[in-house]
Design a protein around this ligand. Structure first.
Ligand SMILES: Nc1ncnc2c1ncn2[C@@H]1O[C@H](COP(=O)(O)OP(=O)(O)O)[C@@H](O)[C@H]1O
Ligand SMILES: [Mg+2]
Length: 469
């Protein structure tokens, strides 16, 4: 079966068919000669004599074409010469010679054409056989496989006969969202038997016999998928380490923040104990003290939750937020760290609220990373000039969020490297902050750019659409 699939229609037919074609051609010569004779050679049928020659040369090769050329000329000679004497007998011979030569040249040309086509098909098959992808051609009506290449047989087995044999093995990955639409031209499918990934392309082509068929190519992309998975893991680890780095930096700030509610809880509790011991307070006084103590405990819980949200590895969670609220919260996170380094944090709110679809925690992390860089950049600047500005605006559905500093700015030669993981000009810098910021920008279908601050320093600008497509 697989051998038959390789054979092209142009190739020499089987023995029985050869005999059948010979008989057809001889019969055709008989019919033409009879018609020529019956019309008294008045109707010029000489061109028609070429038909059996062409058919024989195309179907059976040069030798068969030459046999037909000789047979057709002989038949014409025998029937014509007796009935229509030329003034000189040699003219009959000359006419026969011209006819035989013309027919032979036709047989030769047709045979050459046939060989050229066969070779071209052979070349195509050689290329297909050498391909690293599985190639298979299926009949559109029956689903039978008309051609499979070597790679296809090694991938899906030597016995594949029908398109369904292959399609029943290749299934979409459970993680892939499949649209219930017309067959897709290109799909990534998993082999149920061995778990390999294939990129399957399909297109309609006209087959050698003129019928429309579907040509499929299945390229093994398992290795590529593995690499993609590794890259994703690496990216996830990078993000995780960045979060941990940032969280580590936040820890001292948070310890500060946590001190306050814990101290308040202690105070309220001590107050309640005193009220109870001395009997000076009413039940309402004690309840009020305990209520306040609970409030402070909740505050401490919220602070801790913030850290947990921050550290947790998670997919982006988009929700509709008011950008101003998210940014003010981010500024609150930034302020203690900035203040400790003598940096004033300014927030430039917009007059109108801006609704955006974002992952608020991620966007806060972005502002935190950029602000941390800004604070570090301003270490060498005079204290009164250390200003960090967070501002945003929305224009025609496009949001621009700026974190601006008054540091030394970014040297032009560093710009191409800024977002490369582990690129850092700091002695103990991790070089992950900006890389993570760019991932966050991409999650929001936006981009992050480093600009020059006209007031001196750098501006990092995140531009993203307010609404997600
Ligand atoms: N606001 C800024 N001003 C000047 N240079 C900056 C600023 N932000 C980032 N950079 C440069 O980009 C580099 C990469 O930043 P980042 O990815 O956050 O890593 P790290 O802060 O650990 O060095 C920094 O080392 C610094 O050279
Ligand atoms: Mg940094």
């Amino acid at each position: 079966m697989s051998f038959r699939m390789h054979r092209l229609p142009i190739a020499t037919p089987a023995r029985e068919s050869r005999v059948a074609w010979f008989l057809i051609c001889f019969a055709l010569i008989g019919v033409i000669v009879a018609a020529d004779h019956a019309t008294g050679y008045e109707v010029s049928l000489s061109v028609v004599y070429l038909a059996p020659v062409v058919i024989a040369a195309w179907m059976l090769g040069l030798r068969a074409g030459l046999v037909m050329a000789a047979a057709a000329t002989a038949a014409w000679y025998v029937t014509f010469a007796g009935a229509n004497p030329y003034p000189h007998p040699i003219l009959h011979g000359w006419d026969a010679l011209v006819r035989a030569s013309t027919a032979s040249i036709f047989a030769l040309v047709i045979d050459r054409l046939r060989l050229a086509l066969a070779r071209s098909d052979e070349r195509l098959v050689t290329v297909l056989e050498g391909l690293d992808a599985a190639v298979y051609v299926a009949d559109n009506d029956t689903g039978a496989l008309l051609y499979v290449n070597d790679r296809c047989r090694t991938t899906f087995g030597a016995n594949v006969r029908m398109l369904t044999d292959i399609e029943s093995r290749l299934v979409p990955s459970p993680a892939t969202v499949v649209c219930a639409a017309a067959p897709v031209a290109q799909r990534e499918l998993v082999d149920r038997v061995c778990g390999n990934w294939h990129l399957v392309n399909r297109r309609s082509v006209r087959w050698v016999d003129g019928k429309m068929v579907t040509l499929h190519t299945a390229t093994d992309i398992t290795q590529h998928k593995r690499m993609e998975g590794l890259a994703q893991d690496r990216q996830a680890k990078l993000e995780m380490s960045s979060r941990l780095v940032t969280a580590g930096e936040m820890a001292s700030t948070l310890a500060h923040e946590l001190n306050q509610p814990i101290a308040s809880i202690l105070n309220y509790n001590a107050g309640c104990v005193e009220l109870l011991q001395t009997g000076t307070g009413t039940t309402e006084d004690v309840l009020e003290g305990l209520d306040k103590s609970s409030e402070q405990a909740e505050r401490a819980g919220a602070i801790l939750q913030r850290v947990r949200d921050f550290i947790a590895r998670r997919e982006p969670q988009f929700s509709s937020c008011e950008l101003g609220e998210v940014m003010r919260e981010a500024a609150r996170l930034v302020a203690p760290h900035a203040n400790r380094h003598g940096v004033r944090v300014d927030v430039e709110p917009t007059p109108d609220p801006i609704r955006v679809e974002i992952d608020a925690v991620m966007l806060q992390q972005l502002v935190l990373n950029l602000s941390k860089n800004a604070v570090e950049a301003m270490e060498s600047v005079r204290p009164e000039e250390r200003r960090l500005l967070i501002r945003w605006r929305c224009d025609c559905g496009q949001v621009d969020l700026d974190v601006a500093d008054r540091g030394p700015g970014i040297p032009a030669e560093l710009k191409p490297n800024l977002f490369i993981p582990f690129f850092s000009t700091k002695r103990d810098g991790m070089g992950l902050g900006l890389h993570i910021c760019r991932s966050i920008a991409e999650y929001h279908d936006g981009h992050l750019s480093a600009l020059e601050n006209p007031d001196g320093g750098a501006i990092f600008r995140l531009s993203f659409p307010a609404e997600r497509a």
